[in-house]
Design a binder for this molecule. Structure first.
Ligand code: ACO
Length: 151
Protein backbone atom coordinates (compact mmCIF):
# COMPACT_ATOMS: atom_id res chain seq x y z
CA UNK A 1 0.00 0.00 0.00
CA UNK A 2 1.18 3.53 -0.78
CA UNK A 3 -0.01 6.80 0.73
CA UNK A 4 0.38 9.68 -1.72
CA UNK A 5 -1.01 13.16 -2.39
CA UNK A 6 -4.04 13.27 -4.69
CA UNK A 7 -2.86 14.76 -7.99
CA UNK A 8 -4.37 17.91 -9.46
CA UNK A 9 -5.89 16.00 -12.39
CA UNK A 10 -7.59 13.37 -10.19
CA UNK A 11 -11.08 13.81 -8.81
CA UNK A 12 -11.38 13.44 -5.04
CA UNK A 13 -12.83 10.11 -3.79
CA UNK A 14 -16.15 11.65 -2.69
CA UNK A 15 -17.97 8.50 -1.43
CA UNK A 16 -14.97 7.76 0.79
CA UNK A 17 -14.71 11.36 2.02
CA UNK A 18 -18.44 11.42 2.79
CA UNK A 19 -17.98 8.41 5.09
CA UNK A 20 -16.13 10.70 7.50
CA UNK A 21 -18.41 13.70 7.10
CA UNK A 22 -21.93 13.57 5.66
CA UNK A 23 -21.82 17.24 4.63
CA UNK A 24 -20.78 17.45 0.96
CA UNK A 25 -20.41 21.22 1.27
CA UNK A 26 -17.95 20.92 4.17
CA UNK A 27 -15.98 18.17 2.38
CA UNK A 28 -15.63 20.24 -0.81
CA UNK A 29 -14.51 23.23 1.25
CA UNK A 30 -11.88 21.15 3.12
CA UNK A 31 -10.52 19.69 -0.13
CA UNK A 32 -10.13 23.12 -1.66
CA UNK A 33 -8.33 24.57 1.35
CA UNK A 34 -6.34 21.51 2.46
CA UNK A 35 -4.09 18.76 1.12
CA UNK A 36 -5.78 15.48 0.24
CA UNK A 37 -3.79 12.23 0.61
CA UNK A 38 -4.96 8.80 -0.53
CA UNK A 39 -4.01 5.25 0.42
CA UNK A 40 -3.81 3.08 -2.68
CA UNK A 41 -3.51 -0.67 -3.01
CA UNK A 42 -3.38 -2.51 -6.36
CA UNK A 43 -4.51 0.67 -8.15
CA UNK A 44 -7.56 1.16 -5.91
CA UNK A 45 -8.04 4.03 -3.48
CA UNK A 46 -8.93 2.46 -0.13
CA UNK A 47 -8.34 5.34 2.26
CA UNK A 48 -8.15 9.12 2.42
CA UNK A 49 -7.32 12.00 4.72
CA UNK A 50 -7.29 15.77 4.39
CA UNK A 51 -4.73 17.93 6.20
CA UNK A 52 -5.99 21.49 6.66
CA UNK A 53 -3.91 24.48 7.81
CA UNK A 54 -5.98 26.19 10.51
CA UNK A 55 -4.05 28.63 12.72
CA UNK A 56 -0.37 29.64 12.39
CA UNK A 57 1.82 26.50 12.88
CA UNK A 58 -1.31 24.34 13.32
CA UNK A 59 -2.82 21.80 10.97
CA UNK A 60 -5.89 19.63 11.45
CA UNK A 61 -6.83 16.22 10.10
CA UNK A 62 -10.36 17.14 9.05
CA UNK A 63 -11.46 14.08 7.17
CA UNK A 64 -10.14 10.54 7.43
CA UNK A 65 -11.80 7.40 6.10
CA UNK A 66 -11.10 3.83 5.02
CA UNK A 67 -13.40 1.80 2.72
CA UNK A 68 -15.67 -0.36 4.94
CA UNK A 69 -14.32 -3.64 3.50
CA UNK A 70 -10.75 -2.55 4.31
CA UNK A 71 -11.40 -1.25 7.83
CA UNK A 72 -9.80 -2.93 10.84
CA UNK A 73 -6.59 -3.83 8.99
CA UNK A 74 -4.41 -0.98 10.26
CA UNK A 75 -4.89 1.39 7.30
CA UNK A 76 -6.53 4.11 9.43
CA UNK A 77 -3.60 4.01 11.85
CA UNK A 78 -1.10 4.31 8.96
CA UNK A 79 -3.04 7.30 7.59
CA UNK A 80 -3.00 9.07 10.97
CA UNK A 81 0.73 8.36 11.36
CA UNK A 82 1.35 9.64 7.82
CA UNK A 83 -0.56 12.86 8.61
CA UNK A 84 1.54 13.39 11.76
CA UNK A 85 4.82 12.86 9.80
CA UNK A 86 3.65 15.10 6.94
CA UNK A 87 2.67 17.93 9.30
CA UNK A 88 6.03 17.58 11.09
CA UNK A 89 7.97 17.71 7.80
CA UNK A 90 6.01 20.78 6.72
CA UNK A 91 7.06 22.62 9.89
CA UNK A 92 3.76 22.59 11.80
CA UNK A 93 4.09 22.67 15.60
CA UNK A 94 0.69 21.24 16.45
CA UNK A 95 -1.65 18.77 14.81
CA UNK A 96 -5.28 18.60 15.82
CA UNK A 97 -8.26 16.34 15.20
CA UNK A 98 -11.86 16.34 16.32
CA UNK A 99 -14.48 13.63 16.54
CA UNK A 100 -17.92 12.94 17.96
CA UNK A 101 -18.52 11.99 21.59
CA UNK A 102 -20.09 8.74 20.28
CA UNK A 103 -17.14 7.77 18.02
CA UNK A 104 -15.59 5.26 20.41
CA UNK A 105 -13.30 3.54 17.86
CA UNK A 106 -12.03 6.85 16.46
CA UNK A 107 -11.29 8.16 19.97
CA UNK A 108 -9.31 4.95 20.62
CA UNK A 109 -7.39 5.24 17.35
CA UNK A 110 -6.43 8.89 17.79
CA UNK A 111 -5.24 8.37 21.37
CA UNK A 112 -3.25 5.29 20.30
CA UNK A 113 -1.54 7.58 17.77
CA UNK A 114 -0.50 10.06 20.48
CA UNK A 115 -3.35 12.59 20.50
CA UNK A 116 -4.52 13.96 23.86
CA UNK A 117 -7.96 15.41 24.57
CA UNK A 118 -7.81 19.21 24.83
CA UNK A 119 -11.44 20.20 25.01
CA UNK A 120 -15.08 19.71 24.10
CA UNK A 121 -17.00 21.77 21.57
CA UNK A 122 -20.40 21.34 23.21
CA UNK A 123 -23.38 20.74 20.89
CA UNK A 124 -21.20 21.10 17.75
CA UNK A 125 -23.13 18.36 15.91
CA UNK A 126 -26.51 19.70 17.08
CA UNK A 127 -25.60 23.15 15.71
CA UNK A 128 -24.04 22.02 12.40
CA UNK A 129 -26.05 18.98 11.26
CA UNK A 130 -29.74 18.97 10.44
CA UNK A 131 -30.41 15.29 11.24
CA UNK A 132 -29.74 13.81 14.69
CA UNK A 133 -26.77 11.37 14.63
CA UNK A 134 -26.84 8.12 16.63
CA UNK A 135 -23.66 6.04 16.82
CA UNK A 136 -22.88 3.05 19.03
CA UNK A 137 -26.29 3.69 20.60
CA UNK A 138 -25.10 7.12 21.78
CA UNK A 139 -26.48 10.47 20.52
CA UNK A 140 -23.63 12.35 18.85
CA UNK A 141 -23.82 15.91 20.16
CA UNK A 142 -20.39 17.16 21.21
CA UNK A 143 -17.09 17.33 19.35
CA UNK A 144 -14.14 15.99 21.33
CA UNK A 145 -11.06 18.04 20.40
CA UNK A 146 -7.64 16.34 20.47
CA UNK A 147 -4.14 17.63 19.73
CA UNK A 148 -0.52 16.56 19.58
CA UNK A 149 2.65 18.63 19.89
CA UNK A 150 5.02 17.99 16.97
CA UNK A 151 8.15 19.72 18.30
N1 ACO B 1 -11.74 0.11 21.45
C1 ACO B 1 -10.39 0.10 21.44
N2 ACO B 1 -9.65 0.22 20.31
C2 ACO B 1 -10.32 0.37 19.17
C3 ACO B 1 -11.72 0.39 19.08
C4 ACO B 1 -12.45 0.25 20.31
N3 ACO B 1 -13.78 0.27 20.33
N4 ACO B 1 -12.08 0.54 17.80
C5 ACO B 1 -10.94 0.64 17.09
N5 ACO B 1 -9.90 0.53 17.91
C6 ACO B 1 -8.49 0.56 17.58
C7 ACO B 1 -8.06 -0.65 16.80
O1 ACO B 1 -7.87 -1.74 17.66
C8 ACO B 1 -6.77 -0.15 16.15
O2 ACO B 1 -5.70 -0.11 17.11
P1 ACO B 1 -4.50 -1.21 17.10
O3 ACO B 1 -3.79 -1.02 15.78
O4 ACO B 1 -3.67 -0.83 18.26
O5 ACO B 1 -5.19 -2.53 17.20
C9 ACO B 1 -7.10 1.30 15.87
O6 ACO B 1 -8.17 1.66 16.75
C10 ACO B 1 -7.60 1.58 14.44
O7 ACO B 1 -7.52 0.48 13.60
P2 ACO B 1 -7.30 0.61 12.04
O8 ACO B 1 -7.52 -0.76 11.45
O9 ACO B 1 -6.01 1.28 11.73
O10 ACO B 1 -8.48 1.57 11.58
P3 ACO B 1 -9.30 1.56 10.22
O11 ACO B 1 -8.43 1.22 9.07
O12 ACO B 1 -10.54 0.78 10.39
O13 ACO B 1 -9.67 3.12 10.09
C11 ACO B 1 -11.34 4.78 10.51
C12 ACO B 1 -10.30 3.84 11.13
C13 ACO B 1 -10.66 5.73 9.55
C14 ACO B 1 -11.98 5.61 11.65
C15 ACO B 1 -12.41 3.91 9.79
O14 ACO B 1 -13.05 3.08 10.71
C16 ACO B 1 -13.46 4.70 9.00
O15 ACO B 1 -13.26 5.05 7.86
N6 ACO B 1 -14.63 4.99 9.64
C17 ACO B 1 -15.70 5.71 8.97
C18 ACO B 1 -15.36 7.16 8.73
C19 ACO B 1 -15.01 7.89 10.02
O16 ACO B 1 -15.67 7.77 11.04
N7 ACO B 1 -13.92 8.72 9.99
C20 ACO B 1 -13.46 9.55 11.10
C21 ACO B 1 -14.32 10.75 11.28
S1 ACO B 1 -13.54 11.98 12.32
C22 ACO B 1 -12.51 12.80 11.24
O17 ACO B 1 -12.51 12.58 10.08
C23 ACO B 1 -11.55 13.79 11.83
Amino acid sequence: MVIRPLSNNESPPMPLLLLADPSEQLVLDYIQRGQCFVAETEGNIVGVYVLLPTRPKTAEIVNIAVMPEHQGKGIGKQLVQHAIETAKQQGYQTIEIGTGNSSIGQLALYQKCGFRITGIDKDFFVRHYEEPILENGIPCRDMIRLAQDLS
